[in-house]
Design a protein around this ligand. Structure first.
Ligand SMILES: Cc1cc2nc3c(=O)[nH]c(=O)nc-3n(C[C@H](O)[C@H](O)[C@H](O)COP(=O)(O)OP(=O)(O)OC[C@H]3O[C@@H](n4cnc5c(N)ncnc54)[C@H](O)[C@@H]3O)c2cc1C
Length: 510
């Protein structure tokens, strides 16, 4: 058995774990990062993300702040489900005066949110000092077939966080234990004093110190997914290879010492991807301009509803409820010929669509009952009574011509109102008939970006127990913290890891 010790033992090497390690070293603490993966593929989800950041950006802007929609999104769509108003009312007081109920009720607490928002500008300033480039001029939208909010990008994506921070951590004496999996906290009199791990050949390795859980969610653990998210999760896979390393031990070992759960454990941030490729984030976000059918050849949702927010998490969730957890996005040559509206901006797969000269042939490729698919398309086509009003230029990605200041995604500017009549489910926008061969199809499944279930922490990143008390010696940051209920506020997960990783280090080193 091996034994090691340091001031801080950090589980994980993503945005949260690495920002924690370097900040702690700068504060004079010694650190050991424990990482399940080999060194050359370290970094969990962080390694694979483009790292779009929800910031107010612009070439002339000094410093960075969270985008104005951050508060709206968290406060209105994301804060929790039917929270008891009496408990919520308590949160106008200082956190110290909250009752144990307020400290443990599942909702995004204002203490955590305020701390997060305040931490963003100094954290990004620190990150750029480490050599990571954040380029407001690279402001773009998330790849979708339509414009979404503007996001500021980290040059080189999350990989650049790893490539810039790891050498600095090593240079300052930080240690890494690769191919080592943490699985059990070591306690003494209610204080966490270390963690038990397994290394190569299942060797036991004990590492002593204050513990920071920065080990992601449980997107790489099918058993936990089924346990908390239900049967439909069996059809889902991580959106990138890094997610497979996040198997939830960090959460499980914290729950074993009575940590309080937070975030929606039954839910996750999902993306619609092409199952035929192993490419990360192989999105096929183009269904609003065609139709989506299931394996039985039936349409099962409004492909272009008027509420844009339904386009994000609802669609992949709906796909998982279909037979085999798969949908097929079908369109025709008319759409293929539309090179003006930018609809292909939402395609990230490296596989071409399946192409066929007839619907019969397309159905045969996809093993969809031929007659059923033909009937579904016929019914849909007959319902496209407003086809002459279809205006894809409204919804398509208006590359170059976009004025982010003027786009108002909440007020229907993206929608042409050219919906179907007399078919169920309806399609409220962009309802053009599918009648011009050849026909095209992208298969589509749901993939997990990260799970929403995590631990309750306070503004110092300390883990709270189920009675609202701090668990001494235990911190959490990044995906391991539960902050989401409902729709994820896109462009905040890398920031969350960076900010709370640093906050954990600052408090644990103090
Ligand atoms: C393809 C993709 C695109 C994304 N796009 C965006 C985006 O544009 N903007 C955004 O903000 N977010 C985005 N995200 C989400 C974001 O990247 C992650 O949520 C964030 O980077 C997570 O950081 P983290 O440090 O909490 O976890 P991770 O980066 O996942 O790190 C967790 C680490 O813990 C290690 N680990 C896990 N369990 C153990 C264990 N028991 N023992 C030892 N080590 C363990 C893992 O190997 C890993 O190194 C995206 C994610 C993906 C995959």
């Amino acid at each position: 058995m091996q034994k090691h010790s340091a001031d801080l033992v950090i589980i994980g090497c993503g945005a949260a774990g690495l920002s924690c390690a370097l900040t702690a070293l700068e504060a004079g603490s010694s650190v050991i990062n424990i990482e399940r993966s080999p060194k050359d593929i370290m970094g969990g989800n962080t390694r694979w993300t483009e790292a779009n950041l929800l910031l107010n950006g612009g070439p002339d802007q000094e410093g960075f702040e969270l985008h104005d929609t951050f508060y709206m999104s968290y406060a209105m769509m994301n804060k929790g489900f039917h929270v008891d108003p009496d408990i919520e009312a308590e949160t106008v007081n200082d956190y110290e005066n909250w009752s144990p109920l307020a400290k443990t009720t599942p909702f995004v607490d204002p203490e955590l949110l305020g701390t997060f928002a305040e931490a963003v500008p100094p954290t990004l300033e620190w990150l750029t000092q480490q050599g990571v480039q954040i380029n407001p001029k690279e402001t773009e939208t998330i790849p979708f077939c339509l414009p979404t909010l503007p996001y500021v990008k980290i040059y080189g994506g999350g990989l650049s966080i790893i490539e810039n921070l790891v050498p600095k951590i090593e240079a300052q004496g930080g240690e890494f234990l690769f191919e080592t999996t943490a699985h059990k906290l070591i306690e003494e009199n209610g204080t966490v004093v270390g963690v038990r791990c397994s290394g190569k050949d299942n060797e036991t390795i004990e590492v002593y110190g204050k513990v920071v859980l920065a080990s992601g969610g449980f997107e790489g653990n099918p058993q936990m997914l089924a346990q908390f998210g239900g049967q439909e999760t069996r059809y889902m896979r991580p959106v990138a290879k890094g997610g497979h390393y996040n198997k939830g031990e960090g959460l499980r070992m914290a729950m074993d010492v009575n940590a309080c759960a937070a975030g929606d454990w039954s839910d996750c941030h999902q993306q619609v991807v092409d199952p035929r490729t192993g490419l990360q984030e192989a999105m096929v976000n183009v269904w609003p301009f065609g139709i989506m059918v299931n394996q039985k050849g039936e349409r099962f949702m409004d492909e272009a509803p008027n509420n844009y927010f339904e386009w994000q998490e609802d669609v992949p969730a709906e796909i998982t409820r279909q037979p085999g957890g798969i949908g097929y996005i079908i369109y025709d040559q008319k759409l293929e010929d539309d090179t003006e509206c930018g609809w292909k901006y939402g395609i990230r797969t490296d596989k071409p669509p399946v192409k066929a000269d007839s619907l019969e042939e397309l159905a045969a490729y996809m093993m969809i009952p031929v007659a059923k698919l033909k009937k579904t398309v016929e019914d849909y086509n007959n319902a496209c009574v407003n086809a002459d009003k279809v205006n894809r230029m409204l919804g398509g990605f208006r590359d170059g011509a976009m004025d982010f200041e003027k786009i108002d995604i909440v007020n229907d500017q993206l929608f042409d109102g050219a919906g179907t009549e007399g078919v169920f489910p309806p399609k409220e926008n962009y309802a053009a008939p599918i009648d011009t061969p050849p026909y095209y199809c992208y298969p589509a499944i749901s993939s997990i970006c990260f799970t929403h279930g995590g631990l309750r922490t306070n503004g110092k990143a300390q883990v709270i127990n189920s009675s609202g008390e701090v668990i001494p010696g235990l911190y959490a940051a990044g995906e391991t913290v539960g902050m989401h209920y409902g729709v994820y506020t896109v462009g905040t997960s890398v920031l969350r890891g960076l900010c709370f990783g640093r906050i954990a280090a600052q408090h644990a080193s103090a």
